[in-house]
Design a protein around this ligand. Structure first.
Ligand code: FAD
Length: 292
């Protein structure tokens, strides 16, 4: 099965994002977390690709290992940073051989400073749209792309943002997953803009639970997401970590419920390789198993 098939069922997809573990100790924790998530029967799980392609082999190994469990659909994030077209083809070939059918096609960011000027690899691809085409040509993959409820930080205006997004869809993207955001209105406005441009590709909202005040401010700054002031000040004045976590669970649950009520095609949770918080939110939302 693929994400495309999961979305076609018409029921909301429930999915979770992990990053590939760095070393032996982290690997144990990673699989513990994956097993806890597996128990709620997610629609799919995705594995990130480290900044600048830094986790190439680890991402491929982990995605292939999840595929071997045969209980979960793995989605491999792939970025164009630092890779020639030949490199990208080799990676896709490894996925094809491992029976992996789902790739999230991303441009990636300049190594070091994600907001710096983007310079493509001289023999690589310039934009995610080109990666979508490359993946489509290479084999029978379901392809996802990124969407930005607050606009990509480097986009000059909404008109070009939506035009480039729709280009990715026309090039063969089957669905999109958003950048993190904290105000549901931003997601709804993006969805309406895309629909108004005549594009009906499903956009799955990503939910990043707030669990740590300093960390969330850092992530928001890195990704260009706005932490709304009422939420930010609640988190800052919460005091102890347990109180911050409770606010994070409450806010994410509220967002998830509203998004589903508004007809979002699914929810994609960032786990940071810890299952506790996302499973609390999953429980609070009363979500059923997404797969039999
Ligand atoms: P693009 O679609 O190429 O867009 C980037 C910018 O270029 C936008 O401003 C767009 O409007 C503009 N643009 C697009 N096409 C053209 C064109 N033809 N001419 C001019 N301008 C154009 N990063 C990682 O390193 N690893 C990950 O695992 C990872 N996972 C992610 C998962 C999700 C769900 C999301 C939302 C992002 C993820 N990212 C990841 C971050 C992502 O790589 C960055 O946000 C990157 O800056 C944009 O990627 P993109 O695929 O949207 O690029």
């Amino acid at each position: 099965a693929t994400v495309k098939e999961a979305l076609a069922s018409g029921r909301p997809t429930i999915s979770f994002e992990f990053f590939p573990p760095k070393d032996g100790a982290a690997t144990g924790r990673f699989w513990e977390c994956v097993r806890e998530i597996e128990a709620v029967r997610p629609s799919f799980v995705s594995i990130t690709y480290g900044a600048g392609g830094s986790t190439r082999d680890r991402t491929i190994d982990v995605v292939a290992a999840v595929a071997r469990t045969a209980t979960m659909i793995p989605v491999a994030h792939l970025t164009a940073v630092g890779h020639s077209v030949a490199d990208l083809r080799l990676i896709l070939e490894r996925y094809r051989e491992a029976g992996v059918r789902d790739v999230l096609a991303l441009r990636g960011d300049p190594p070091g400073d994600p907001q710096a000027e983007w310079v493509p690899h001289p023999r690589g691809v310039a934009h995610a749209v080109d990666l979508v085409r490359l993946i489509r040509e290479h084999g029978d993959f379901t392809v996802g792309v990124a969407a930005f409820p607050e606009k990509h930080p480097r986009s000059p205006d909404w008109e070009s943002e939506i035009r480039h997004f729709v280009d990715k869809c026309r090039a063969g993207a089957d669905y999109a997953i958003t950048q993190m955001f904290f105000d549901v209105e931003d997601y709804l406005r993006l969805r309406d803009r895309v629909a108004a441009a005549g594009c009906d590709v499903k956009i799955i909202p990503e939910i990043m639970p707030v669990t740590d005040a300093a960390q969330i401010e850092r992530f928001a700054a890195l990704s260009g997401a706005t932490l709304p002031e009422p939420l930010a000040s609640r988190v800052r004045s919460a005091g102890d970590p347990a109180a911050v976590r409770a606010i994070g669970v409450e806010h994410a649950t509220m967002m998830g419920a509203r998004l589903l009520a508004e007809g979002a095609p699914g929810l994609h949770f960032i786990t940071l390789n810890r299952a506790g918080v996302v499973l609390d939110i999953h429980r609070a939302l009363g979500l059923p198993a997404a797969r039999p």
